[in-house]
Design a binder for this molecule. Structure first.
Ligand code: GAL
Length: 714
């Protein structure tokens, strides 16, 4: 009898240990960031793939955070070789993130499979950066450090033993019967026998995003020229075409900082030789030098798949995957040798001669192009993990090529993931829906990536203008004319508007540059959702929104549906793009006063305004007390050491303060302290607005010339 009881007790204990929540041990690894480990995490994960550590100094500057959840409501268990994670969810809580989504901002209620892929029209987790990180409107974040395909039930699954079970409804009689009963948890299935995961404190959603970004090294700081204007040329353009393009921009007075060469720069592509085509580009070094002399850099398109005609083919062959892509070898970037040959060829006669960066294409998907999940790699890294991290690896090792030269780069990539926050790359794709591009821009801020709503071609001049205007208020102002050959002046009837916006991009460089510095030092994404704005945050976290009338409570929309057509650009600007065919639109202005960017006039505050802007304007609003430092409408970004006059614009009525960032704009010396933030202040003294700026710091780069103030609101 006793024996039986003993067996029963041991069995019960075994069940408790294996099936039920294991008590997770939380360790605060950085201020406000707690890590837990369940089972045996795989050694290869998103953080090891990116190889970037936390930016500790930035993290210590944030206000301390409390552990934001109740620890015993977080459960982790391993069943059948897989890890089951569960995190609690409150009523009224909204979730954002889970990567670069294109159609939705609110993720509560969704089921996703996080899988690196080309975005194919629905938010199902397959996207260019399926970052396994989410932020709650309650002000915390969760990050799962796994390079597997994760299945996420973001408030979509209901447990029998739920603390807050849904109300049972009778469909026969209840007209409000809900096919999606209330769920009080986020459940994530990790197909591995263990994982490390993180709880990230707030107290605000913005603070959680900042911590996540800083934990991944802080946001990237592009070189100044990266924030200028870029045009990608038609696929088969040759050296004389490049020179002609540069000249046309100059003659017509359009800004241009870097030109992108598409697959035709190579002797063969898809798969690639990574060698200049001798006919189209007989003297690449001469061309690059001539362009640099004009202050124009060159960026090269690549995908990583190696042609049998590539000089590195034989050498790299043993270090490549079992399967090919477009008949090209897939380098195993986790082997030193593959890296040596691939990145060696990207240096030789390219970076060595002044190529400023790469566009890393087709490391995302789709399934019918890339290596299958059953491909094998010599390093032993499973194909699934390679798929989730290949974009990260390409970014990491190309960035290193520039780091060792102490030169910054700014490029394009089609896949990323958590861990890639600090890499100087912007995501783009072949999808071309203007509205969805804006939603992606909003979501990029929750996912530690940058996104460009690139302009390729248009059917109508109106569409050309509308797309171009959004592009100017984004991380990379780019026309990607690889197929269409379109130029900024292609539609003569709207060319003056296009030129004005291209030059506005250049004028705003001191603002963009300072905002990227905040991304780097403070983790604040330069382009982000309204939901991260204080006014919204507070109201969204209110348990039940009482007044859901949009006219009376502008935030109701953020609670009940979502705001995916307006966003914050930097500290002070709210951008509300117009789409083709639209003559008017609503803009939700958060609490406080907001002012028109172009005129300085009061536009509203804590309300929904209806506007009818002409084609010559993209609606942009400035926060009360907002300061926008503007430079000159230059045709090229200023070089290291070059001084540019500054026009400090001030909007509104409240005293304003702004931190203007400065460094040499080209090297990594800022990482050694070679930078400064100067404080600009505007306030009323004896009824008159007065502006001031703190002195330039001694022995620090100083790019500020003559300073004038423009009080926009009179
Ligand atoms: C696509 C890419 C385009 C263009 C093209 C060249 O995959 O998204 O932007 O570079 O390849 O073949």
């Amino acid at each position: 009898m006793k024996f039986k009881k003993y067996i029963f007790l041991s069995f019960a204990l075994f069940l408790t240990l294996s099936l039920h929540a294991r008590q997770t041990n939380w360790v605060e690894v950085e201020p406000g960031i707690w890590k837990a480990v369940i089972g045996k995490p795989e050694p290869y994960n998103l953080l090891t793939a990116s190889g970037v550590g936390p930016y500790h100094e930035g993290l210590t500057k944030l206000k301390p955070a409390e552990f934001p959840l109740s620890k015993n409501e977080i459960t982790a268990k391993i069943i059948d070789g897989k890890t089951y994670l569960r995190f609690p969810l409150d009523r009224g809580e909204q979730l954002y993130g889970f990567g670069l989504n294109f159609k939705t901002v609110n993720q509560r209620g969704r089921i996703l499979e996080l899988h690196v892929d080309h975005y194919n029209g629905s938010d199902n987790g397959r996207t260019h950066s399926p970052t396994p990180f989410y932020v709650s409107s309650k002000g915390y974040g969760i990050f799962i450090n796994s390079a597997r395909y994760l299945k996420v039930y973001a408030g979509a699954a209901v447990r029998r033993d739920s603390k807050n079970p849904p109300v049972v409804q009778d469909r026969n009689t209840d007209p409000d019967w809900n096919p999606h009963p209330y769920s009080d948890g986020v459940e994530i299935l990790v197909p591995a026998e263990g994982v490390e995961f993180y709880v990230i404190g707030g107290p605000t959603a913005m603070n959680a995003v900042q911590r996540f970004n800083l934990f991944n090294g802080g946001g990237c700081l592009p070189p100044r020229w990266g924030l200028g204007f870029t045009q990608r040329l038609e696929r088969m353009t040759d050296a004389s075409g490049v020179a002609a393009e540069a000249k046309a921009f100059e003659d017509k007075g359009y800004p241009l900082d870097f030109i992108g060469l598409e697959p035709g720069w190579q002797s063969k592509s898809y798969p690639n030789t990574f060698e200049w085509d001798a006919k189209r580009f007989p003297e690449p070094e001469k061309l690059v030098k001539e362009m640099l002399h004009k202050n124009i850099r060159l960026n090269l398109w690549i995908n990583p798949y190696v042609s049998p005609d590539a000089p590195i083919y034989k050498k790299i062959l043993p270090y490549t995957a079992s399967h090919t892509v477009w008949a090209g070898l897939v380098p195993d970037l986790k082997t030193d040798s593959a890296r040596k040959f691939l990145f060696g060829t990207l240096e030789k006669n390219k970076i060595d001669i002044g190529i400023s960066g790469y566009k890393i294409d087709e490391v995302d998907g789709g399934d019918s192009y890339l290596w299958p999940d059953l491909a094998t790699f010599p390093s032993g890294i499973p194909a699934e993990q390679m798929r989730q991290t290949y974009g990260l690896l390409m970014q990491r090792y190309t960035t290193e090529l520039y780091q060792k030269r102490n030169l910054r780069t700014y490029g394009l990539v089609r896949a990323s993931n958590a861990g890639g926050v600090s890499f100087p790359y912007v995501i783009y794709n072949d999808y071309y829906n203007h509205q969805d591009f804006i939603t992606a821009l909003i979501n990029s801020g929750f996912s530690g990536v940058l996104w460009t709503p690139e302009v390729r071609a248009s059917n109508l001049p109106e569409e050309w203008v509308r797309r171009f205007q959004s592009n100017v208020f984004s991380p990379m102002a780019m026309i990607n004319a690889w197929a269409s050959g379109t130029k900024p002046w292609t539609f003569p009837e709207v060319a003056p508007i296009i030129k004005r916006f291209a030059l506005l991009r250049m004028q705003m460089m001191p603002y963009w540059y300072s905002e990227f510095a905040r991304y780097h030092f403070e983790g604040i994404p330069p382009f982000r959702a309204m939901n991260l704005e204080p006014g919204f945050q507070d109201l969204v976290s209110v348990k039940e929104a009482k007044n859901l009338n949009l006219e009376e409570n502008p935030y109701a929309k953020a609670i009940t549906s979502e705001i995916k057509d307006q966003y914050m650009a930097g500290e002070n600007l709210l951008v509300a793009p117009m789409f083709t065919g639209q003559k008017s639109r609503k803009v939700i202005l958060p609490a406080g006063k907001w002012f028109d960017f172009y005129t300085g006039k009061y536009a509203g505050g804590g309300e929904v305004i209806n506007i009818t802007p002409g084609l010559d304007q993209i609606p942009v609003y400035v926060k009360d007390g907002g300061i926008i430092p503007m430079g000159k409408p230059l045709l090229h970004a200023p070089k290291a050491g070059e001084k540019v006059d500054l026009e400090i614009r001030y909007y509104g009525t409240k005293p304003g303060e702004y931190k203007l960032y400065d460094d040499d704009g080209e090297t990594f010396n800022y990482q050694k302290g070679d930078y400064s933030f100067r404080t600009i202040k505007v306030s009323k003294v004896n009824g008159k607005l007065l502006g001031s700026i703190s002195k330039a710091e001694k022995n620090k780069p100083n790019s500020v010339g003559k300073i004038t103030y423009k009080m926009m609101t009179l």
